[in-house]
Design a protein around this ligand. Structure first.
Ligand code: PYR
Length: 363
C-alpha cells in the first residue's frame, strides 16, 4: 500500500503522523511511504532521516494527497486538506467530529473511509490511541495552568507549590481518568493541594490507592463542584465521553463563584469542552478571560511538545497502521472490532453512533 504522510498545517502543530522508525517498519512490511518535505522538522527528523528509513519525499502536500491510498496524520484534516480527500482513500488520524459539523459534512461528501484515533477501542475497554495524548495533555495542563497563574499572564500571581511559610495553591481536577490522574501526578509533584472530582467512586478509590493522602476526592455533584470551585486556583477539565461532546460541568454563572485570576485549563476542548465558556484557542494565543477567569483552551495541547507526543502516538498507532496497510482497510476493519470502533465516516455515511447522534445523522 502507498501510505502518505503530509505535513500538519494546524496552528503550531509540530507533530507528524509517522516517525522515521515507523516508516522503516512499514517499508520492511513491503509498503511505500510518501512523506511531505519537512513534515518531520518539528520533531527534529529531516528529509534525509526519512529517506534513510526508506520513504520517498514529496515536494508538496498535493502530491501526497493525490497519490496515497492511506493518509496517516495527527490532527483532523483542515478544509484545504478535506477538499483533496476522495472515495477509495483511507484517512487515519484524530477527527473529533461530534462538535465539528463542518468537518463531518466534508468527510461524508468525500466518500473516503475515515478512522478516528480517538474512538479506536481496546480489549480492556480503554481508548488506546487517545491514552498517550491524554497522558501528555494531563501532565501539560499543570505546567500550562501554573504558568497562567503568573500575574503577567492574567493569573492570581500565585506559585502553585507555595514556599516555606506560604501555603500552596489548590488544583481542582474534574474527571479522574487518564487526563485527571496524569494532571494529579504533576500537581502533587509541584506541591499543590489537589482535589479530584469524578462521578465514579471506583475511579476515586483507584486514585486514592495510587496517591494516598496527597489528594482529596469528591463525588461529582453540583454541590461538590461549586464548593471546590470557590477556593481553587487552577481548575482542570478532563472529562471525556468517548466520541460524544463533553458534558458542560461548569456554567458561565458558576464562574462568579471563583476567585478573580483563577485559571481554567479545558483539556476536553477537542470534544467541545466541559466549561460553558470554553472556546478553542491555539498555541499562538492560548488564553482569554471571561468574568476575570483565565481560560486556557488549546485544542492540540500535545502539539506543543511534538517530540514526546509523536513518539508516544506512534507507539500505539503503528500496529494499526500496519494492519490497515497489510490487509487493506476493508479487511482490517472486518477482522478487528477495536479498529472498527474507530470508523467514523465511510461510503458517504456517518458510522459512529455518538457522532451521528450529536450531529443529527442516521448512523
Ligand atoms: C490531540 O492530541 O491533538 C488530540 O486530538 C487528542
Amino acid at each position: 500500500m502507498l501510505i502518505g504522510v503530509p505535513k500538519e498545517i494546524k496552528n503550531h502543530e509540530y507533530r507528524v503522523g509517522m516517525t522515521p522508525g515507523s516508516v522503516r517498519e512499514a517499508v520492511t512490511h513491503g509498503h511505500e511511504v510518501l512523506v511531505q518535505t519537512v513534515a518531520g522538522a518539528g520533531i527534529g527528523a529531516s528529509d534525509a532521516d526519512y529517506r534513510a528509513a526508506g520513504a520517498r519525499i514529496a515536494d508538496t502536500a498535493a502530491e501526497v494527497w493525490a497519490q496515497a491510498q492511506m493518509i496517516v496524520k495527527v490532527k483532523e484534516p483542515q478544509a484545504v486538506e478535506r477538499a483533496q480527500l476522495r472515495a477509495g482513500q483511507t484517512l487515519f488520524t484524530y477527527l473529533h467530529l461530534a462538535p465539528d459539523p463542518e468537518q463531518t459534512k466534508d468527510l461524508v461528501a468525500s466518500g473516503a473511509t475515515c478512522i478516528a484515533y480517538e474512538t479506536v477501542t481496546a480489549a480492556n475497554g480503554g481508548l488506546p490511541l487517545l491514552a498517550p495524548m491524554s497522558e501528555v495533555a494531563g501532565r501539560m495542563s499543570i505546567q500550562a495552568g501554573a504558568s497562567c497563574l503568573e500575574r503577567s499572564k492574567g493569573g492570581r500571581g500565585l506559585l502553585l507549590g507555595g514556599v516555606p511559610g506560604v501555603e500552596a495553591g489548590k488544583v481542582l481536577i474534574l474527571g479522574g481518568g487518564v487526563v485527571g490522574s496524569n494532571a494529579a501526578i504533576m500537581a502533587i509533584g509541584l506541591g499543590a493541594q489537589v482535589v479530584v472530582i469524578d462521578r465514579s467512586v471506583d475511579v476515586l478509590r483507584r486514585l486514592v490507592a495510587q496517591f494516598g493522602t496527597s489528594i482529596q476526592t469528591a463525588v461529582s455533584t453540583r454541590d461538590s463542584i461549586e464548593r471546590h470551585l470557590a477556593d481553587s486556583d487552577l481548575v482542570i477539565g478532563g472529562v471525556l465521553i468517548p466520541g460524544a461532546s463533553a458534558p458542560k460541568l461548569v456554567s458561565k454563572a458558576m464562574l462568579k463563584l471563583m476567585r478573580p485570576g483563577a485559571v481554567i485549563v479545558d483539556v476536553a476542548i477537542d470534544q467541545g469542552g466541559c466549561f460553558e465558556t470554553s472556546r478553542a484557542t491555539t498555541h499562538a494565543e492560548p488564553t482569554y478571560e471571561v468574568d476575570g477567569i483565565v481560560h486556557y483552551c488549546v485544542a492540540n495541547m500535545p502539539g506543543g511538545v511534538p517530540r514526546t507526543s509523536t513518539m508516544a502516538l506512534n507507539n500505539v498507532t503503528l500496529p494499526f497502521i500496519l494492519e490497515l496497510a497489510n490487509k487493506g482497510a476493508r479487511q482490517a476493519l472486518l477482522d478487528n472490532l477495536h479498529l472498527r470502533a474507530g470508523l467514523n465516516v465511510a461510503g458517504g455515511k456517518v458510522t459512529n453512533a455518538e457522532v451521528a447522534h450529536a450531529l443529527g445523522y442516521e448512523a
